[in-house]
Design a protein around this ligand. Structure first.
Ligand SMILES: [Cu+2]
Length: 325
């Protein structure tokens, strides 16, 4: 069994449809020994798909995302590694190939050439952004980070090159100012955001597949008219507490396929690579607005580097991640 984290998403109402799942394996941790024999060039074989009733594919598992600034010959060159908290400024970066040239050709995935995630090291602040690329390959997006501290920037993209695979490169970003790290919110099964309530059923298990079902409601009523956001009804990113290993998952039931229900349920299948604590961020769109619901989830019994707070945060089950677009 590979040491991989894979989350495969599918629409609850449509377990049989699978697209190109891409999960992200973990096990490559630059600060400790590298136990992962599999590298980027090795797509693991598809896993069995017990939840499927047909469909054409399984899940692909890939090595850890976001832990490296350079992988597979590509490098994330963050031109603005320092910003000032509370101030709007441009994040700029370039993806470089092995020859140092700026990459200007990408495969679109989920309607975008590149997806950018910015997350604070304490996993309180989270942004899912879509920067603009200049002709010379420089990407930019204005961002305002509300709090000082350490952040991680993740660029999730696929070069438009034959045989190129999806990559997630990560780089450190610092926001200057007075830094007060916050405790990871306690594990929660309900997240409230902008008047919506999202309930999480299921959990993560190390080395074992499990289902995560997210149900969106508002004022106690299930939301059944979710809108497509980047071609799907929900997008899930999981970050491991302690090293921010990254996982970006999209449901495979596409909006408009005639079979996928627009809520209230969005389901994902996940396998955690290790015990530990993870923060899940679900993006969903309703009535023209994108919202992000965040959850702290434990896999297995062991604690991670950052012990979550024991007491639930007041009121809204923790921090509402800001979401910028
Ligand atoms: Cu995106």
């Amino acid at each position: 069994m590979h040491a991989g984290l894979k989350i495969t998403a599918f629409a609850a109402a449509l377990a049989a449809t699978f697209g190109t799942a891409y999960g992200v394996g973990m096990g490559i941790d630059p600060v400790v020994e590298d136990p992962a024999p599999a590298r980027h060039d090795s797509h693991s074989e598809p896993s069995p798909t017990p939840e499927g009733g047909g469909g054409h594919g399984g899940h692909e598992t890939k090595p850890a995302g976001g832990l490296q600034i350079s992988e597979g010959g590509y490098t994330l060159d963050l031109r603005t590694p320092n910003v000032t908290s509370g101030t709007r400024s441009d994040l700029r970066f370039v993806i470089r190939d092995s020859g140092g040239r700026a990459v200007t050709a990408y495969q679109r995935e989920h309607e975008k050439e590149l997806h950018l995630i910015v997350a604070s090291r304490d996993l309180v602040t989270y942004r899912h952004l879509h920067p603009t690329r200049a002709a010379d390959g420089t990407w930019s997006i204005p961002v305002e980070l509300p709090r000082a501290g350490g952040y991680r920037v993740f660029a999730d993209f696929t070069p438009a090159k034959k045989g190129a695979e999806n990559l997630t490169l990560g780089a450190d970003l610092a926001a200057s100012g007075s830094y007060e790290p916050q405790k990871l919110p306690a594990p929660n099964s309900t997240a409230k955001i902008h008047g919506y309530e999202v309930r999480l059923d299921g959990g993560l298990r190390p080395g074992k597949q499990s289902e995560l079902k997210l149900k969106v409601s508002r004022n106690g009523r299930p939301v059944t008219d979710l809108q497509p956001y980047l071609g799907a009804y929900g997008h899930l990113v999981a970050l491991r507490s302690g090293d921010l290993a990254y996982l970006h998952v999209h449901p495979h039931g596409e909006s408009g396929d005639g079979r996928t229900e627009p809520g209230p349920d969005i389901s994902f299948t996940a396998t955690a690579p290790s015990s530990g604590t993870y923060r899940l961020f679900l993006d969903f769109k309703h009535e023209g607005e994108v919202h992000t619901a965040a959850f702290t989830v434990r896999a297995g019994g062991a604690a991670t580097a950052q012990e979550p707070a024991e007491e639930p945060a007041h009121g809204t089950h923790g921090n509402e991640p800001e979401h910028g677009h």
